[in-house]
Write a protein that binds this ligand. Structure first.
Ligand SMILES: NC(=O)c1ccc[n+]([C@@H]2O[C@H](COP(=O)([O-])OP(=O)(O)OC[C@H]3O[C@@H](n4cnc5c(N)ncnc54)[C@H](O)[C@@H]3O)[C@@H](O)[C@H]2O)c1
Length: 291
């Protein structure tokens, strides 16, 4: 039997909602907070709808759905949901200062020895741990989109992360039925660094008229057996999220990560991908349509 935790998820957007669902389904009491008005409640409703679909398809039993929903709750402030928590997972926007402020705000109310897990795609776990004054208990728990479906969990070890935190994180990942990989804390870790470069090149190709978005994606899907082309994937991830990662990696690693102008322009126009209904595709009822 794996250890059951009280888990607090801070930020219930694209990722936090799915992370909370996965944690609750694995039997952890899971509390959610989001700074956006009504967003934690919306996440709870969306998880219920998600589970209903799975029940309809026969993939989840009624009992399992009820148990998952029973494990989920929302709270009005970060402190409320983190009171006595064994594990805090933040899935707030990709901004170091914001993540530091969130963990600092809850540090005094969590359970003794609690782990601070960050879902960051690229920021330094070492720096985060130092800035919140708990390097040994800070770890990267990098889930993939959408968390209930994707099997990988990248566990990122900062310079100060203790062996115990790493072991507990790996066990937590396995308890969620994820396959963890353990990665040293380098900018972009093992996955984002490689993933964004492909997306970046696809955008440059679109910009210079090499082919349509659909054909660039089809090339990778049919020619290289990628389950999803790089532009569709960028829409799914969120263009703003990808831009933040690229800006960070440009600073940390170099010019090969410089964001293509088309990406910056689309973010400025509010075309953030699936979550706003338009990115490199138009999204209708959750499915991509050519523009
Ligand atoms: N989108 C992806 O595919 C993906 C994949 C892996 C990791 N990540 C990482 O996960 C994190 C979240 O990304 P996302 O795509 O879910 O973003 P998102 O924009 O969909 O969600 C972020 C949520 O955080 C909330 N928020 C803002 N400030 C907050 C605060 N101070 N406290 C609590 N909540 C706050 C927002 O209201 C929003 O609901 C980022 O660090 C990102 O790099 C994203």
């Amino acid at each position: 039997m794996s250890t059951k935790y009280t888990v607090a998820v801070l930020g219930t957007g694209t990722m936090g909602q799915g992370i909370a669902q996965v944690a609750a389904a694995a039997g952890h009491a899971t509390r959610m907070f989001d700074a956006g008005e009504g967003r934690a409640k919306a996440a709870l409703t969306a998880i219920a709808a998600q589970l209903e679909k799975l029940v309809q398809k026969g993939k989840v039993t009624d009992e399992a759905r009820a148990a998952t929903m029973k494990n989920l709750s929302i709270g009005p402030t970060p402190k409320d949901v983190c009171e006595g928590a064994d594990l805090v997972i933040e899935a707030a926007p990709e901004d170091m200062a914001l993540k530091v402020a969130l963990f600092e705000e809850v540090a005094k109310v969590v359970a003794p020895g609690a782990i601070f897990g960050s879902n960051t795609s690229s920021l330094s776990i070492t720096e985060l741990g130092r800035r919140i004054g708990a390097p040994e208990r800070t770890v990267g728990l990098h889930f993939f989109n959408p968390p209930p479906v994707m099997e990988l969990l990248e566990v990122v070890r900062g310079l100060g992360t203790s062996d115990e935190t790493v072991e507990r994180s790996l066990a937590f990942a396995r308890g969620l039925k994820k396959t963890p990989i353990l990665v040293r804390d380098v900018p972009g870790f093992a996955t984002s660094r490689l993933g964004v470069i492909l997306g970046c090149e696809a955008m440059r190709m679109l910009e210079s008229g090499v082919a349509s978005a659909e054909d660039i994606d089809r090339g990778m899907e049919l020619g290289y057996r990628h389950p999803m082309g790089p532009l569709k994937l960028t829409d799914l991830v969120g263009l703003d999220v990808r831009l933040a990662i690229l800006d960070h990696l440009t600073k940390e690693i170099g010019e090969q990560f410089r964001a293509p102008p088309i990406l910056r322009q689309m973010v400025r126009a509010g075309k953030l991908g699936k979550k706003t209904g338009e990115g490199f595709y138009r999204w209708v009822d959750g499915a991509p349509q050519p523009k």
